[in-house]
Ligand binder design. Structure first.
Ligand SMILES: C[S@@+](CC[C@H](N)C(=O)[O-])C[C@H]1O[C@@H](n2cnc3c(N)ncnc32)[C@H](O)[C@@H]1O
Ligand SMILES: [Zn+2]
Length: 395
């Protein structure tokens, strides 16, 4: 019999989970925040990759996880059903309605024994870690909007060697459409550039690293991606001031020259570069931001292999994971082929062909999961022009 919480429910399936969510209106543009309990079916890849990440990173271990902003609880249910690494999970939401639904969903999946459901402010719950409650191996921060208010306590809630995973959906702030909002929330300047979504990831990653460093904790990004309306960063947490100082060496400024497309990086102790050394033009900049690797190549390969093992569960995420594993994570920023074609007065090249050509010419190059028309490279603009010319001659 259908439970009656005072609003309409519908039964759903996602991954191995069967659960109730509030009835979702037919319109594609419905706002999940307007539902009695938040649920967004379009965030499945976010949950897929969280589950796959946990299965790959903690393989062989049994961990305690905290789903600090859980909504209907589907993420926790999937962690428990699709990995064998979770010993127990704290499933928390500040909304009593959400908590009621979480309890119902846990029961339906016969997981009540493994799930502690709490109805608290996430910051209060996480700040108690290390005192009233033990710290977690994994803390998930998945708010609607900015995760910034939860990051410091999220890091506090992680054990040594634990991981924090955080989603941001406030993309206008992070990609430079609302720079004041970015400054207020992340204490960072965003950048309007063709690769501003990558800069968004670097601002979020940098914010996690800087928030942790204040506590004498070193957080290192290990998996980061951008998809549809959100971005997500996972960072592993180690305690120690020396490590925290070291990791801050990968916080810096990112400058971009709209005239010659040069991308440059300066360290945190230096000033951001504002004059382009290649063409003398004015550079705009972003930061402080993470300028090291956002994703571990080896980890993403392991995650991809896990997803390939159960394509029926992770179909929607395979393309994204394939894009991530093909990417050269040692390169910062990317160029859009259409824009390059415009400034070279040429017809656009296929990103994969341009990558191949640049590699032939001795440069590092790859596609990016963020933008199907993007090419990452360490080649200067003249080399990009030659590569374009050579591709034109061939075609
Ligand atoms: C985006 S939804 C979570 C979606 C969920 N993680 C999923 O994968 O389906 C954000 C949730 O955070 C809850 N929330 C908002 N502010 C909170 C706070 N300060 N502490 C705990 N939960 C909060 C909301 O009630 C909402 O259910
Ligand atoms: Zn320039």
């Amino acid at each position: 019999m259908m439970p009656e919480p005072g609003y309409e429910l519908e039964l759903r399936r996602e991954g191995r989970a069967v659960f109730y969510s509030p009835k979702i209106p037919e319109r594609k543009d419905f706002a999940p925040t307007s539902l009695p309990v938040f649920f967004n079916p379009f965030s499945k890849p976010n949950r897929d990759i969280t589950v796959l990440f946990l299965a790959a990173w903690f393989e062989g271990f049994k961990i305690r996880a905290c789903d600090a902003l859980a909504g209907v609880g589907v993420r926790s249910i999937r962690m428990l059903l699709e990995t064998d690494v979770i010993r127990e999970v704290t499933v928390n939401d500040v909304s009593p309605r959400a908590c009621e639904l979480i309890k119902l969903n846990m029961k339906m999946n016969k997981l009540e024994e493994l799930a502690e459901v709490t109805c608290m402010d996430a910051n209060k719950l996480l700040a108690e870690c290390g005192m009233e409650r033990p710290r977690y191996h994994y803390v998930d921060i998945d708010p609607a909007g900015s995760p910034a208010p939860f990051i410091e306590n999220g890091v506090r809630g992680c054990r040594r060697g634990g991981v924090i995973g955080a989603t941001a959906t406030d993309m206008p702030a992070l990609v430079g459409a609302k720079p004041q909002s970015c400054l207020r929330k992340y204490d960072a300047k965003p950048l309007r550039a063709p690769f501003s979504k990558e800069v968004a990831l670097r601002i979020l990653a940098g914010f996690i690293v800087r928030s942790a460093a204040r506590l004498g904790i070193a957080a290192k990004p290990i998996l980061s991606f951008s998809k549809d309306h959100y971005i997500r960063v996972f960072a592993v947490v180690e305690r120690g001031k020396r490590l925290a100082n070291e990791i801050l060496g990968s916080i810096g400024w990112i400058s971009y020259c709209p005239s010659c497309l040069a991308i440059r990086v300066a360290g945190r102790f230096d000033s951001p570069i504002t004059i382009c050394e290649s063409c003398g033009g004015r550079m705009d900049y972003a930061g402080p931001a993470w300028v090291g690797e956002l994703t571990s190549q080896d980890l993403v390969e392991r995650i991809y292999q896990k997803a390939l093992g159960s394509p029926e569960l992770y179909q929607e995420s395979l393309k994204l994971l394939d894009g991530l594993r093909r990417e050269d994570h040692g390169l910062l920023g990317y160029h859009q082929v259409n824009y390059l074609a415009k400034i070279f007065g040429s017809s656009p090249a296929k990103p994969s062909m341009l990558v191949e050509k640049l590699r032939e010419l001795g440069y590092r190059a790859s596609t990016t999961h963020i933008d199907p028309s993007g090419v990452k490279t360490d080649a200067p603009i003249e080399a990009l022009r030659s590569a374009f010319e050579e591709l034109k001659i061939k075609s």
